[in-house]
Structure formats: C-alpha cells, structure tokens
Design a binder for this molecule. Structure first.
Ligand code: AMP
Ligand code: MN
Ligand code: MN
Ligand code: MN
Length: 274
C-alpha cells in the first residue's frame, strides 16, 4: 500500500496548486492520498476533481493548529466531511487568529525597520491564507536572510520580531471538530516539537485520554529510530498509525510525494480502520 496522507498546497503554505499536488501523487503511484492544508479545507474541491480525473483515491484531510499545555502542536484530521458546520466553524476561528497574527507580525517587523511586510507577504501568498512561511519567503526575497532555517530562527520564532504567540484552541476541542465531521484525529510529526521523549509520551497519553485516534508514525524523513518509537507508542496506547511526506513543494523538500518508509505494523494503519 503506497499511502501519503500529509501534504500541502498553496491554499496554505505549499507552493503548488491542489491539482498539481494530486497529479504528482498519481505519477508517484500512490494508492491513497490526502491533502492536509493548515487550518483550511478550501483546496479539497479542486483536489477531488483532479483525483477523479487521474483515478487517485483521495481522503479529505486537514492539519489543524492546537495547544497542548500552552504549546503549539499540529493535529491531522483524516476522512473529514468538509461540509460539517462544527469543523468549519473551528477552521474559521483559526483563520481569524492567523489574520490577527499576520497583522501583529507585520507591525512588529515595521518596528524593526521592515516596511510594507503585510502587503509584500500577501503578494507572495496570492491572497490565500497567510502563514509564517509566507513571511519567511518575503524576508528571503527582500534579502534579509538567505534560507528558511535562518529566517525562522532570526525573525519568526520566540522573542524575535515576528515571533508572535497565537492562542490556539486546546487539543481536545480540535479533536472534537475533527470527530464531529466524521474524521480521525492524529498527532502530526511527534518528533518535530521541542519536547523530550518523556514529554511526547505525556502528550500521547493525554491525546488518547481525549479520545484522539492515532499518531503519525512516519513523517517526511523520519529516522528508523523515530519510526520504531512511534510504532511502539501507538501499540502502548492502542492508537492508529498514519504516514505522510509533509510535502510543501519547496526547494528544501525533505522527501518527495509517495516516497515514504512503510509503516512497521500495517494492521494499525489508518486505512485498515476506515
Ligand atoms: P504557521 O502554521 O503559520 O505557524 O507556520 C508554520 C509552518 O512553518 C510549518 O508548518 C512549517 O511548514 C514551517 N516552519 C516552521 N518552522 C520552520 C523552520 N524552522 N524551518 C522551515 N520551516 C518551518
Ligand atoms: Mn507548513
Ligand atoms: Mn505541521
Ligand atoms: Mn504539514
């Protein structure tokens, strides 16, 4: 089973259109695919049209920003009904938080001498939802930094000018948005948070208690150690497993669509339970 269930289009911070992303998945020979833009399902209608055209099995997805103990985490929702009111009200809330954050980031950059940040960043996003990645691209384009890594470190995190805190909703509420829409909720990329293994295990335990469905055991270029640990934690808490390339189409893309290491235990795979 070649599945890739975590991907982005330009409806959030990816570079390509939903059709282009679906077309890449089809050419890579994926059996199962999901578009999971940050806090929006707006790209799914186009992805569905293209998936039908090329005969690709598409699962509706979304990657939602949330809080666990005041730390930002990402929850991937798979198999959601995109017309569900509870889900869409939640996503609208997050989009509003993003708008307010973008204005604060622009103001803060202006105070440190970077003019017209909002306008320039909106040009880059083509009027779509703004993410920090768009500010990062703008700052690179304007010559303030040379690459994504340094721009996030110097401008977009912590106490840096664009490091604006967002009060996302608690993860149990976000799980509810996803499950109300008939979907399953997964902790995205458990090893990409600044957390010790002990802390990640606490997060997974709390996620299970809050009726979360699973964890992303394979994300992009996960190491074999990470995959083994994620798989073990899924076993420990009787959680499902998912996998995705986290494709954005950027030059520093870690793995290409459909090029993932297989899940160690296919019986726990999300597609065996949908
Ligand atoms: P946002 O959801 O607007 O806060 O933006 C977060 C997105 O920025 C993530 O989904 C990543 O795609 C990207 N990102 C976060 N940190 C980094 C980093 N250090 N280097 C490159 N991209 C990053
Ligand atoms: Mn992203
Ligand atoms: Mn993420
Ligand atoms: Mn992602």
């Amino acid at each position: 089973m070649k599945a890739d269930l975590h991907n982005h289009s330009y409806y959030s911070d990816g570079l390509l259109s939903p059709s282009e992303v679906v077309s890449l998945a089809s050419r890579a020979g994926c059996d199962l695919f999901s578009l999971t833009d940050h806090d929006t399902t707006d790209g799914i209608a186009e992805a569905k049209l293209e998936a039908e055209k090329v005969g690709l099995n598409l699962i509706n997805g979304v990657e939602i920003s949330a809080f666990w103990k005041n730390m930002a985490i990402h929850i991937v929702g798979l198999g959601v009904d995109i017309n569900n009111d509870i889900l869409q009200a939640g996503l609208e809330h997050n989009k509003e938080l993003r708008k307010m954050r973008a204005e604060k980031i622009a103001l803060s950059l202006w105070r440190s001498g970077i003019k017209d940040a909002l306008e320039k960043t909106q040009m880059i996003s083509g009027g779509h939802m703004l993410t920090r990645t768009h500010f990062a691209q703008m700052l690179i384009q304007e010559g303030y930094c040379k690459d994504m890594k340094s721009v996030f470190r110097r401008y977009l995190t912590g106490k840096k000018p664009g490091g604006v805190r967002v009060e996302w909703k608690d993860f149990d509420e976000v799980i509810n948005w996803i499950q109300s829409a008939g979907g399953k909720a997964f902790i995205a990329h458990p090893f990409r948070y600044r957390m010790t293994h002990t802390k990640i295990k606490k997060l997974i335990r709390d996620f299970k208690k809050a009726s979360g469905d699973g964890i992303e055991v394979v994300n992009a270029n996960s190491s074999s150690e990470e995959i083994a640990l994620g798989n073990q934690w899924a076993e420990d808490h009787d959680l499902l497993a998912s996998c995705g390339s986290d494709f954005h189409g950027w030059p520093n893309q870690r793995v290409q669509i459909g090029n993932l290491i297989e899940l160690p235990n296919p019986k726990r795979a999300v597609w065996s339970h949908m």
